[in-house]
Design a protein around this ligand. Sequence first.
Ligand SMILES: [Zn+2]
Ligand SMILES: [Zn+2]
Length: 135
Amino acid sequence: MTSYNGKCHCGQTAWTAKLPEATTILCHCDTCKLLSGGSYTLNQIIPKDDVKVTQGDLKAYVYKGDSGKGVNCYYCPNCTSHAYHVKEAMPDKAVIMTVLLDGGKDFKPVAEIYGKAKMSWEPESAQTFETMPPS
Ligand SMILES: [Zn+2]
Ligand SMILES: [Zn+2]
């Protein structure tokens, strides 16, 4: 378990996240495209208690997820960088955006989810699931 520092683009907010390993999951869902402006997001699902905001206050944007329940997206109110999401469908977990963590750009992909929404020109970098991996 290693603790990583994360920060937003403007530096007004910062947080730490404990990760069991330096890996990441690519999410190709359409919501991630709209929220990030990119073709996918890089994240890892960890216990919510392992995320701590250490500077500033993140604001929550709430939308309805696939489950029909709310998803809270915590972001910097100044620059809009998304730090992590908490789904009401799994309230003890946080979906932490790994690329905003120190060293996160080098985390290796271990899975790709929502492959059904993947853009046709994207190469495969890890095992790809249509939606979520079978639990
Ligand atoms: Zn910011
Ligand atoms: Zn997504």
